[in-house]
Design a protein around this ligand. Structure first.
Ligand SMILES: Nc1ncnc2c1ncn2[C@@H]1O[C@H](COP(=O)(O)OP(=O)(O)OP(=O)(O)O)[C@@H](O)[C@H]1O
Ligand SMILES: Cc1ncc(COP(=O)(O)O)c(N)n1
Length: 264
C-alpha cells in the first residue's frame, strides 16, 4: 500500500506528448501524484493532426488493467480516448469492481478535427461508462452529441448538464467552455446545484491536449482525497496557467505547459 497518491490514466498515446497518456502523466506528476497508464490506442499524431491510429485489442487492454490492479489499486482513475465499444466494456468491469474515483473524459474528436471514437460506440459510452463516472468532462461538442441536443443558450447548457446526471446517472458533470464565445467558462453540476468557473479567453491556438490535461488534474486531486469542487478549482487554475505559458512546440496547435502551475 503506497503512501504516495496514485492516479491511473486509460487512454491513447500522442507521440509528441501534448495529449493522451503522456500529457496525463506529466499533469499528474506536476500535481505530486504517481501516474500509471494503460494504453487503449497508439496514434501517429503531432500538433498538425492525426496521421494514423492503431487500436490495442480489447483483450490486451484487459491484460494491462489486470497487471495494474492485481498489483496495486490506484487511488483514482480517468479514461480518455477509447475508440471502440468492446474496449469500453472491458474498462467498465474494472471501474465497477474496484470502485475508485473515476473521471470520464469522453474524447471523440481531436482539436485537429480527426475522429478518435467510432459513432457506433456512443450507446456503450452512455450505458456503461457515464453511469460509473464521478465526473464526466465533455467539451461543448461532446456534450451536444451525448445529450443529443444543440446547445445555443445558457438554458440549453443547463438542460444538457442535467441529462448527464439526472438522466444518465453520472455523479457530476463539467461542461467545458473552451469552445464557447467570450470567456472560457466551465459549468459543474452535481445533482443539486450548478456552479461555474471562468477565465478570460486566452487568444492562442496552443490548446492541443487541454481537455486531457484538465481531466488528468481532476483525477490527481481526487487521488489525494480532494472533493469534486476542490478538484474543479485546481483544474481550472492549472489549465488556465498552462495555456498562458504554452511552450510553443511544433508547427501547428501546440501543447500547454504542464509544469508552470505552482499553486497548492
Ligand atoms: N483559449 C482559452 N483560454 C482560456 N481557457 C481555455 C481556452 N481554451 C480552453 N480553455 C479551458 O481549457 C479547458 C479545456 O477545455 P476545452 O473546451 O478546450 O476542452 P477540449 O475541447 O476537450 O480540449 P481539447 O482541445 O483537448 O479537445 C477548460 O477549462 C476550458 O475552459
Ligand atoms: C490520444 C489522444 N487523446 C486525446 C486527444 C484529444 O486532445 P486534443 O483534442 O487536444 O487533440 C488526442 N488528440 N489524442
Amino acid at each position: 500500500m503506497s503512501g504516495l497518491p496514485i492516479g491511473l490514466t486509460v487512454a491513447g498515446t500522442d507521440p509528441t506528448g501534448g495529449a493522451g497518456v503522456f500529457a496525463d502523466l506529466k499533469a499528474m506528476h506536476s500535481r505530486g501524484v504517481y501516474g500509471m497508464a494503460a494504453v487503449t490506442s497508439l496514434t501517429a499524431q503531432n500538433t498538425l493532426g492525426v496521421q494514423d491510429v492503431y487500436n490495442v485489442p480489447a483483450d490486451f487492454i484487459d491484460k494491462e488493467l489486470n497487471s495494474i490492479f492485481s498489483d496495486e489499486v490506484p487511488h483514482a482513475m480517468k479514461t480518455g480516448m477509447i475508440a471502440e465499444a468492446d474496449m469500453m466494456a472491458v474498462i467498465a468491469e474494472y471501474v465497477r469492481k474496484y470502485n475508485i474515483p473515476y473521471v470520464m473524459d469522453p474524447v471523440m474528436i481531436a482539436t485537429s478535427g480527426d475522429r478518435l471514437m467510432t459513432d457506433r460506440s456512443m450507446a456503450t459510452l452512455i450505458d456503461t461508462l457515464i453511469p460509473l463516472a464521478n465526473i464526466v468532462t465533455p467539451n461543448l461538442h461532446e456534450a451536444e452529441s451525448i445529450a443529443g441536443m444543440k446547445i445555443q443558450s445558457e438554458n440549453d447548457l443547463h438542460k444538457a448538464l442535467k441529462v448527464f446526471v439526472d438522466d444518465m446517472g453520472a455523479e457530476s458533470v463539467i461542461i467545458k467552455g473552451g469552445h464557447l464565445e467570450g470567456d472560457a467558462t466551465d459549468y459543474l453540476y452535481d445533482g443539486s446545484r450548478i456552479s461555474t468557473l471562468s477565465a478570460s479567453r486566452i487568444d492562442t491556438d496552443q490548446t492541443h491536449g487541454t481537455g486531457c490535461t484538465f481531466s488528468a488534474v481532476l483525477t490527481a486531486e481526487l487521488a489525494k482525497g480532494r472533493t469534486i469542487e476542490e478538484a474543479f478549482k485546481t483544474g481550472k487554475a492549472y489549465i488556465t496557467n498552462a495555456i498562458q505559458n504554452s511552450p510553443g512546440i511544433g508547427k501547428g496547435s501546440g501543447p500547454v505547459n504542464h509544469f508552470s502551475y505552482k499553486g497548492d
